[in-house]
Design a protein around this ligand. Structure first.
Ligand code: ADP
Length: 306
């Protein structure tokens, strides 16, 4: 047995408490408005992905940092309830990250994120967890933690023979060092993130995928909302569309996180990228039929058939 068989997926990323208030309208500078009761939800891209994968049945661990506070405990409870191994979640150093979200009657969100403990997940924290990363089939990372921390994950994964596969969702988008891009297999991103990395989105999604491959990743997956996804792989030299099932979408929050977690898990099980994306679009579609982020993620038996 390879020593990489302990975890199907290790997610390295953010954990945030989402603090949500409904408002009739946003306050102007210097103004105060009254809103609805506060709702507090577990969120953050890393925490979301870990919950999504574990709920599908993946053996999943989260490497993240939360504060020694009530929001941190809420996040850890949500991870454990989904079956995520939280032994590597670091506690303390700063308050738990929060997203302050106001929602207006049209459903538009305005969001302020305070990264808090997420900004204190350091390269040293990653090196100290090297053994955990080595025991993963796939390591999934996003950009709500410091870029130097992401670069350390990429370096550890790249330099280890027979090491795990790296999946990166560059969200929120930021310029990426060549070494990080070269480690991605795949780079998973939506249309906005693709446009950012390419400095504009000329042509078709197929054109974007080829242009993104030219930046160095071994493979690229672009999510296209209700249209599903597009997969480009240097191994097979193919660019393939993967349609999403048609569903009544009520809330797309976290859909990309559920998609990426499902894709990462399935590639680690040996699915080729197109097949893994075929599963991931069904997981994403299931997630948009329910409200919320983590609350909306399906168990394996709730994923619609092909
Ligand atoms: P993000 O949330 O990162 O912007 P997308 O909106 O592209 O990502 O959604 C990710 C995945 O979720 C899609 O590839 C698709 O599988 C699913 N999805 C999103 N919106 C819908 C929708 N309206 N109908 C069906 N599936 C959807």
């Amino acid at each position: 047995m390879r020593n990489s068989d302990s975890y199907d997926l290790v997610v390295v990323g953010s954990a945030n408490a989402d603090l949500v208030v409904g408002v009739d309208r946003r306050p102007a500078p210097g103004e105060t408005v009254l809103g609805s009761d506060l709702a507090v939800h577990p969120g953050g891209k890393g925490a979301n992905q870990a919950v999504a994968a574990a709920r599908l049945g993946a053996r999943t661990a989260l490497l993240a940092r939360v504060g020694d506070d009530a929001h941190g405990r809420l996040l850890l409870d949500a991870q454990r309830a989904a079956g995520v191994d939280t032994a590597a979640v670091l506690v303390g150093g700063a308050p738990t990250g929060v997203a302050l979200i106001t929602v207006d009657p049209s459903g538009d969100n305005s969001i302020v994120v305070s990264p808090g403990a997420n900004a204190r997940l350091t390269p040293d924290d990653i090196r100290a967890a090297g053994e955990l990363l080595a025991r993963a089939r796939v390591v999934s990372v996003q950009l709500e933690i410091p870029l130097e921390t992401v670069a350390t994950v990429a370096e550890l994964v790249r330099t280890r023979p027979d090491g795990p596969r790296l999946v990166l969702n560059p969200s929120p988008p930021a310029p990426l060092p060549a070494g990080v891009l070269a480690a991605c297999d795949p780079l998973v991103l939506n249309e906005h993130e693709a446009a950012f990395l390419l400095g504009g989105a000329e042509g078709t999604p197929e054109d974007w995928a080829r242009a993104l491959l030219a930046l160095g990743p071994r493979s690229v997956v672009i999510t296209l909302g209700a249209a599903g996804a597009l997969v480009a792989d240097t191994r097979t030299d193919t660019v393939v569309r993967v349609p999403s099932p048609r569903v009544d979408a009520v809330d797309t929050t976290g859909a990309g996180d559920a998609f990426t977690a499902a894709l990462a898990w399935r590639t680690g099980l040996g699915d080729d990228l197109a097949r893994a994306a075929g599963y991931a679009v069904r997981v994403g579609a299931a997630a948009v039929t329910r409200r919320g982020a983590q609350e909306s993620f399906p168990a394996a038996d709730e994923v619609p058939g092909p």
